[in-house]
Design a protein around this ligand. Structure first.
Ligand code: MN
Length: 323
């Protein structure tokens, strides 16, 4: 069975001089697993391919690792996005059957972001990855709509990846604990996912999908908690939302969902039941933060037909990304 993973990360040396500086500092202080993580993020060659082979992963769709360029000023974001896209384009060119890529785009400058997306898609990129809010502003803000309009026109998806919440939210929600507990609650233990779910809700509530009805967003982590809330959101009447359809309609027609290390059967079943089928569910591992072999083993176990498993493993991605 062919396997394509969609939330797989890389970084460039330049990233570690900018938004990745903190990780680099930790690596210099602590070494060990942080240094190893940096090496694995920057490697788009033999070592990564060997890990993929060992795990049974045929193709990775790559994206610049979080926090991406989204917390930078416009000029820095544009420069780093260009550098990252050049870096990953080389890897795709060298290994076209093993790698594809989502572009980094300078979201703080939406017109430029749209231009970068268009240029990269014309050279083979499959869409863009956006790492959440942009210094506290979300993509439902019409300021960003040139980027959304461009993705819509090019018929490519935006992969919406988690990031920590804005500082005021982080303090109010997760402050008051030991620093590491605050950090992990605001991050991978909870906050990243709630943050991303809220971002998707904002896109819907802001009328993005009424304006761009074919736009497709991809989110990871088995739906970032949203499947549990599909039904509940629809207690908000149309007279209040002003939207053409109900929340769950957009969640079923404008969003795709990947695993990204959520190898949890109840979460998978909830997503499957809320979507009513596998057409929008896609495999991913979240390499190098999560284990490719564990993701691959989970894919084997999910309780769906062989044909449905093929859709999740590769068929849906091939269709959405034209692979
Ligand atoms: Mn990730």
């Amino acid at each position: 069975m062919r396997t394509i993973t969609l939330e797989e990360h890389f970084a460039t040396p330049g990233f570690f001089e900018g938004p990745g500086r903190e990780l680099k500092n930790r690596a210099e202080k602590v070494g060990g697993r942080y240094a190893n993580l940096i090496a694995r993020l920057c490697d788009l060659g033999a070592k990564r391919l060997a890990e993929m082979d060992a795990a049974g992963i045929d193709m990775q769709v790559l994206s610049l690792t979080a926090p991406g360029v989204e917390q930078l000023a416009a000029a820095e974001a544009a420069a780093l996005a260009r550098e990252a896209n050049d870096y990953v384009a080389d890897a795709v060119k060298n290994h076209p059957s093993r790698f594809a890529a989502f572009a980094a785009v300078p979201t703080p400058a939406p017109e430029q972001a749209a231009a970068e997306l268009e240029r990269r898609v014309r050279s083979g990129f499959k869409g863009a990855a956006v790492n959440g809010h942009n210094r506290g502003r979300y993509l439902d803000d019409t300021f960003y709509w040139p980027l959304l309009e461009c993705a819509h026109a090019l018929d490519v998806p935006l992969y919406l990846h988690p990031t920590p919440p804005p500082a005021a939210v982080l303090d109010a929600y997760y402050g008051g604990f030991a620093p590491l507990l605050t950090e992990m609650l605001a991050g991978g233990g909870w906050g990243w996912h709630i943050e991303t779910a809220v971002h998707v809700i904002r896109l819907i509530a802001g009328g993005v999908f009424d304006r761009f009805p074919k736009l497709q967003i991809v989110i990871g982590h088995m739906g970032e908690g949203l499947p549990f809330m599909f039904q509940r959101l629809d207690i908000i009447p149309a007279a209040v939302t002003g939207l053409q359809r109900q929340f769950k309609d957009y969640l079923r027609d404008n969003v795709h969902y990947t695993f990204s290390g959520f190898n949890f059967p109840p979460a998978f079943l909830d997503l499957l039941l809320e979507l009513g089928g596998v057409d929008r569910i896609m495999f991913s591992a979240d390499h190098p933060y999560q284990s490719m072999p564990a993701a691959r083993a989970f894919l084997e176990q999910i309780p769906v037909s062989a044909a449905a498993k093929e859709r999740i493993a590769h068929g849906n991605a091939e269709k959405l990304l034209n692979l």
